[in-house]
Design a protein around this ligand. Structure first.
Ligand code: ADP
Ligand code: MG
Ligand code: ZN
Length: 605
């Protein structure tokens, strides 16, 4: 029989052509590469004549006044656009025109691959049926327990999460005790947290502590081009796991397989994921065969997960990892510095203070970069091959590393400047103090100046009870506490920032509801004015006259102004408390209710 050959030659040929086209195109343009800071500088300096912005990708191409071309890339194209327009630069927001080959090349390539694969399978396997694809597990591989040195002590600065992990492991290590009481044992653990906060590390530490084998794989490992294979892989995976029990299956980025079913855009992908997810759930349900197997999954997008995944008997325990606060960061720095030698003058506490918003991975990276700067410096200084014995990382190395990381375009947005930190601290302290002096407001749970998503900081309240209804006094006090942030900024810095925008929007919503839906305004009376959105997205009142609408607006404004005034009175009167909390926040970054109580009791005494 003729030996089957995969059409490598033709595919190679096609790729060569694509590369050649690409190369030609690059040669034709050859613009200078500008980093984003330089771009802003040049725009402000009036050097730039014209830019084209692609809002999808953030790619920028443009022309200097001297005729030279450049290209760059920004994250916030809207901002660039407004800055450029202010400076009189000609701005084009474009749909980049692709040559047609770019449009069709992936499709053609895909089809060639597909046909090639079919032909290859048919020739090779006789009755080659793709569904009989070997159900062999081909993840990243099995890591034997004996070879895993990771322990809980390597995961620094998240003691709470470790405590919870230990609790969880008790179910697993002593199932008999729990079975005796008829407790349903949890089956899966879901680690939730932003990137780089140590989810993978913690999973490995759990395996290390419990002396279990570890099978790591990423959600996207499952996703394969051909229907059926993803689900097969899941079965293969569990078979491997059973053979190697006790064992942890760690699924990183589980959101890529386990998004809400029917939530996928685009062609083809979703049936495959659905089958994979169903296979995963089916395997998890087959618990009797799976004794000795623990499934740990990680995600930074819990909001998109299929709810079926979080039902009892599946990933029914969740563990949150958050960005470390200043104490946590110091601990992480310590854990990573271990064998490396530090100059005596360096205070890790100070480095921790400078790095608000850094994740554990960012910190590890910082240390690594600093160590690289140190070694380079030594090589230059010494001009000898023998390393000096007193080689150390100095604070200059740290500063260099810090600058390098800050100037990197992606990380730039993460870092919190001292000034922003100050503003956020007073803003959040304003919420805290305002809420404290409103008897009906929700009590405070936690306040932090560590950035969350797009917001500078956050103050979390603990709702008193599950409310069935809201009283007027509660809503009014809530408005006051929401205004506290802006008031504090104005009192302290005599300046308004955009940071309070979210609060104000929230407060306006509440005030509007009080006036229009809850009948809490005397002037408007006890009429409910329902709103609806017109098809253009404008809010319209269906059932009220323009006069009434004017009164409604006036009343909403009055509620907000009064809340603002009350907040202002409170913060003026308790300015010492505001200062105390703000300073404590600058120091510690996160405060819980107890810490604030102790802080403020001292003031009263
Ligand atoms: P995630 O899985 O949450 O994205 P990782 O566990 O992959 O984060 O973290 C990447 C690296 O960052 C780790 O290997 C470790 O070096 C460092 N790191 C992250 N968090 C911590 C931590 N809490 N303590 C010590 N090192 C950490
Ligand atoms: Mg990870
Ligand atoms: Zn606020």
């Amino acid at each position: 029989m003729q030996k089957a050959k995969f059409p490598w030659f033709w595919i190679g040929f096609l790729i060569l052509i694509l590369v050649f086209i690409d190369y030609k195109k690059m040669q034709a343009v050859k613009p200078q590469d500008l980093n984003i800071n330089q771009l802003y500088k040049d725009i402000n300096g009036g050097l730039v004549e014209k830019i084209n912005i692609d809002p999808e990708s953030g790619n920028i191409v443009g022309k200097f006044k001297d005729g030279k071309k450049f290209k760059s890339r920004v994250i916030d194209t809207g901002d660039l656009q407004s800055v450029a327009m202010e400076r009189g630069v000609e701005v084009d927001v474009l749909e980049p025109a692709f040559p047609w080959v770019y449009l069709f090349a992936p499709t053609i390539l895909f089809m060639v691959l597909l046909i090639g694969f079919w032909v290859w399978m048919l020739r090779k396997g006789g009755g080659g049926n793709i569904l009989k694809f070997p159900a062999k597990f081909q993840g990243t591989g099995l890591e034997k327990a004996a070879a895993n040195p990771t322990r809980f002590k390597d995961v620094a600065g998240c003691d709470e999460a470790i405590e919870e992990a230990k609790e969880f492991m008790k179910f697993f290590l002593y199932p008999d005790i729990f079975n005796r009481f008829g407790i349903n044992l949890p089956r899966g653990l879901l680690l939730i947290g932003p990137p780089g906060t140590g989810k993978t590390l913690l999973a490995k530490a759990i395996a290390g502590e419990a002396k279990m084998n570890f099978i790591p794989l990423s959600g996207s490992d499952f996703i394969e081009m051909f229907v059926g294979v993803g689900a097969q892989r899941v079965r293969g995976l569990f078979a491997t796991a059973r053979k190697n029990a006790p064992c942890i299956i760690f699924i990183d980025e589980i959101d890529s397989v386990a998004q809400r079913r029917g939530n996928y855009k685009g062609f083809g992908g979703h049936e495959e994921r659905e089958q994979t997810l169903n296979a995963l759930l089916a395997e998890m349900d087959g618990f009797d065969e799976n004794t000795g197997i623990l499934i740990v999954a990680a995600t930074n997008r819990p909001d998109v997960l299929d709810p079926a995944l979080r039902r009892p008997g599946r990933f029914d325990r969740e563990l949150f990892l958050s960005l470390p606060d200043v104490v946590g960061r110091e601990a992480i720095l310590k854990a990573h510095i271990k064998s490396r030698v530090l100059d005596q003058g360096i205070s890790l506490r100070n480095i921790a203070k400078m790095t608000t918003g850094f994740s554990g991975a960012d910190l590890a990276n910082l240390i690594n970069e600093a160590a690289i700067f140190a070694s380079r410096r030594l090589l230059e200084e010494e001009k000898v091959t023998k390393m000096k014995l007193n080689a150390v990382i100095t604070s200059k190395d740290f500063n260099d590393a810090f600058d390098k990381i800050l100037l990197g375009p992606e990380k730039k947005s993460r870092v919190v400047s001292e000034k922003d930190k100050m503003t956020t601290a007073y803003h959040e302290a304003g919420h805290v103090i305002a809420a404290r002096h409103c008897l009906n407001a929700d009590p405070l749970r936690k306040v932090t100046i560590i950035p969350r998503g797009r917001m500078g900081g956050a103050t979390h309240y603990l709702p008193n009870e599950d409310r069935q209804y809201y009283s007027e006094s509660y809503l009014l006090d809530h408005l006051v506490s929401m205004m506290g942030g802006r008031v504090a900024e104005v009192l302290k810095f005599n300046e308004k920032t955009s940071g309070a925008g979210h609060d104000l929007a929230q407060a306006s919503k509440i005030a509007r509801a009080m006036v229009c839906e809850f009948g809490m305004s005397e002037a408007v009376g006890k009429v409910i004015y329902s709103r609806h959105e017109s098809f253009l997205g404008n809010e319209e009142f269906l059932d009220c006259s323009p006069e009434t609408k004017a009164i409604i607006d006036q009343e909403i404004k009055r509620f907000l102004e009064e809340a603002y005034k009350r907040a202002e009175e409170i913060l003026r009167q308790h300015n010492d408390q505001l200062e105390k909390v703000a300073q404590a926040l600058l120091e510690k970054e996160t405060l819980d209710a107890e810490e604030i109580d102790t802080l403020l009791i001292e003031v009263v005494d």
